[in-house]
Design a protein around this ligand. Structure first.
Ligand SMILES: [Mg+2]
Length: 275
């Protein structure tokens, strides 16, 4: 893949940063005034994720000017459903940093180093799974999924989940070396040793990139944003609710799918200034 400026990485979260399900559009105004959209993901034949048509054009341009790295908590299979404009990225991070795809294929050396750190630094996945499968939690947790034996996520009835239970889960997970993140209807428990920012640092090392720009919306993106030279986040999501700010951080003016478009405009402008 020939790219004119391989020295800048753009590490970008996918869900609710770059692509949006209808429940996260947060569009105000009439349907007739809504932006044109393109489908970014099908699930069982149905379109479920989108970006604006303008965002697609901006992303195409960004990919010509940088090494664009999709960085997601999605599993490999969930990631492979996402259709972004342009060729297969040279690097992509899935499974919250647990997997590094090089030209679309999992990198064995990275997987081995992740498994090693996991075994050394975080409690076994079965202990955390048991917390989510407890009888008490059955009233608000409808399903618990194992993601590639790296982390677990549950499907939630969020209004039914007591704040006190979440706080106690967070405290217990912290002692076990795990992090909790709630995003829409999903609750993630992820080992602290499996992070997006470690995987992005590895891509930086391999590409020799001098500059990293990063964008993301959730707690699982925070480390990646803090480690980046310039960071961007939408005015929605877990980090917004937490009031997350930083010296290197720019926040969009818009929310929802229009914030996705604005993020790409901000990333493109930052690249232009670096250029
Ligand atoms: Mg996200």
């Amino acid at each position: 893949m020939s790219e004119p400026r391989p020295t800048t990485l753009v590490a970008c979260d996918l869900d609710r940063t770059l692509i949006y399900s209808p429940r996260a559009f947060w569009l105000e105004g009439d349907d007739a005034d809504a932006p044109g959209m393109v489908v970014s993901e099908l699930y069982r034949g149905e379109p479920i994720s989108f970006m604006t048509r303008a965002a697609e054009t901006l992303l195409q341009q960004l990919r010509l000017e940088s090494v664009f790295v999709p960085v997601t908590t999605r599993t490999i299979i969930q990631y492979q459903r996402v259709q972004l404009p342009g060729p297969t990225p040279a690097y992509a991070v899935t499974s919250n940093g647990g997997v590094l795809l090089v030209d679309g294929e999992p990198d064995a050396a990275w997987s081995a180093s992740v498994r090693r750190r996991l075994a050394e630094q975080s409690a076994p996945i079965a202990e955390v799974t048991a917390l989510l499968e407890s009888r008490a939690a059955a009233a608000w947790i409808t399903k618990v999924n194992n993601a590639e034996n790296l982390f677990v996520y549950a499907i939630l009835d969020r209004p039914a989940m007591p704040d006190a239970w979440l706080a106690s889960l967070e405290a217990t997970c912290r002692e076990l070396g795990w992090t909790v993140s709630v995003q829409g209807r999903k609750l993630y428990c992820v080992p602290q040793s499996v992070t997006k920012h470690a995987a992005v640092a590895e891509v930086r090392r391999r590409t020799g990139a001098s500059t990293v720009l990063a964008a993301g919306d959730s707690l699982l993106d925070q480390g990646m944003l803090e480690a980046a030279d310039l960071a961007f986040r939408p005015a929605h999501g877990e980090l917004d609710e937490a009031g997350f700010v930083g010296g290197n951080l720019t926040i969009t003016g818009s929310r929802g799918i229009l914030a996705g478009e604005e993020l790409l405009r901000l990333l493109g402008a930052a690249l232009g200034r670096l250029g």
